[in-house]
Ligand binder design. Structure first.
Ligand code: FAD
Ligand code: PYC
Length: 416
């Protein structure tokens, strides 16, 4: 494992950044791998890392059409929580949240995990009932959450408008004290460097353009850098999952839509928790740079756009301004979008594809950043063993045909 000392940092600073060691190699693809993972987002990179680390599978390539972490992993608003309703989801998301706790140490890379707490506001009686139901469900599953009465909400986040006359007054909130945030790029970089250290080839600027199937079994992929043979193929491409499935000759129950976010100009520290206001469709936290990180609902139509649009800024800021009056005086600096992969029950798909040797990991929709380590952990086990592990098993694609939905349309929180 690479180690970096204070002296090395000082030496590099004095050398005008000359001679820095690369964090990961830039290898040319080999002609064959045991496992090819398509997509160097957090989930693909975490899968490769755990394949190598936990299962000793090191002849692995991660193929990325752009730059690593340039998809949804580098575009999300970094919220981490595990306050989901269903038992299967609690197991998956709490595994992931737990892995975040010491991920910086495990990867020897500061991913800036900040368990500052996540608060979901109740702003209607209906929402209060639904959140209390989630509270009880999470507790039965051993996930630590608490009910915050309005006075506690105000003490947790003093900039919230707690006026009883508000159109959507604060009736309480679902509080997860060990939820929080992490630096999204650093999660991708940390997994990439640690996977590279274990011998995984991370190949950027290399698009997968075709999937080779012979006798019902995957044998390789066609890429912009040539053909690569493989024994197993993991498809981890979020909003492009249907495109890859089409290349392999099967269909996915996925719709792709844009989810947008924006940041304000930086201001002095004013909130040290994450707040989600799901009735009005907005959420907000403050980054270490001081920007307010803001998001709202997903676009209401299918598309593959990664751009932001003015209507989203207008709608989201309008939605949040009564709850957070201070934002009325803020300039909004940047906005962007990511292509998210939505399933019908708003839960992910982790498991085998209809083609022998192909495994899929997708459908995280608006909420997969928080699942990055947990998803990689159980998908790596699934690929290595050829069968889903206990955590992944309920999330098979077959559940849609069998009517075993894992309905998380409320816990997904972001309007969709
Ligand atoms: P990605 O990071 O998108 O990686 C997939 C990769 O596949 C991409 O890099 C892409 O270039 C590559 N690829 C695609 N096609 C090909 C091809 N043909 N060949 C090679 N490579 C290919 N989740 C949370 O938990 N909390 C949040 O606060 C949160 N906020 C969000 C806010 C926004 C605005 C957005 C867009 C998403 C948000 N999410 C959030 C969701 C989260 O970002 C995603 O679920 C998660 O990052 C998905 O990670 P991934 O690795 O599966 O996908
Ligand atoms: O899943 O917590 C979440 C989330 C917040 C913003 C987008 N997704």
């Amino acid at each position: 494992m690479k180690r970096y000392s204070v002296f090395a940092l000082a030496r590099n600073a004095m050398s005008y950044h000359q001679g820095w060691e690369r964090a990961w190699r830039a290898p040319e693809p080999k002609s064959e791998y045991d496992v090819v993972i398509v997509g160097a987002g957090g989930h693909g990179l975490a899968t490769a890392y755990y394949l190598a680390k936990n299962h000793g599978v090191r002849n692995v390539a991660v193929i990325e059409k752009g730059w690593l972490g340039g998809g949804n992993t580098g575009r999300n608003t970094t919220i981490i929580r595990s306050n989901y309703l269903q038992d299967e989801s609690a197991a998956l998301y709490e595994l992931s949240r737990g892995l975040f706790e010491d991920l910086s140490q495990k990867l020897n890379f500061n991913i800036m995990f900040s368990p500052r707490g996540v608060l979901m506001l109740a702003q209607t009686e209906h929402e209060k009932r639904a959140l209390k139901r989630t509270l009880h469900a999470t507790r039965l599953n051993g996930v630590h959450t608490e009910w915050a009465e309005p006075s506690k909400v105000k003490s947790l986040c003093p900039i919230i408008n707690d006026s009883a006359d508000a159109r959507f007054p604060i009736l309480g909130g679902l509080w997860q004290p060990r939820g929080g945030t992490a630096r999204h790029d650093a999660v991708a970089w940390g997994f990439a460097r640690a996977a590279d250290d274990l011998g995984v080839d991370v190949i950027q600027n290399c698009a997968v353009e075709g999937v080779d199937v012979q006798g019902g079994r995957v044998v390789g992929v066609q890429t912009s850098k040539g053909a690569i043979r493989c024994k197993k193929l993991g498809i981890v491409v979020a909003g492009h999952s249907s495109v890859l499935a089409d290349m392999a000759g099967f269909r996915m129950p996925i719709e792709s839509v844009a989810l947008q976010a924006l940041v304000s100009e930086p201001i002095k520290p004013c909130m040290d928790i994450v707040v989600m206001a799901n009735t009005v469709h907005g959420y907000m936290s403050q980054s270490d740079k001081g920007e307010l990180v803001i998001g709202g609902g997903a676009d209401g139509f299918n598309n593959y756009s990664q751009r932001g649009s003015f209507h989203h800024v207008e709608e989201t800021v309008t939605a949040l301004v009564e709850t957070f009056p201070i934002i009325s005086r803020l300039k909004m600096l940047r906005q962007w979008g990511g292509v998210v992969d939505m399933t019908g029950d708003r839960s992910p798909i982790i498991g085998k594809a209809p083609v022998e040797g192909i495994f899929v990991n997708c459908g995280w929709g608006t909420g997969g950043f928080k699942a990055t380590p947990g998803s990689g952990h159980c998908f790596a086990a699934t690929i290595a063993q050829g069968e889903p592990d206990d955590v992944a098993a309920p999330f098979s694609m077959g559940r849609f045909a069998e009517g075993r939905m894992i309905d998380e349309s409320v816990a997904a929180a972001v309007a969709h």
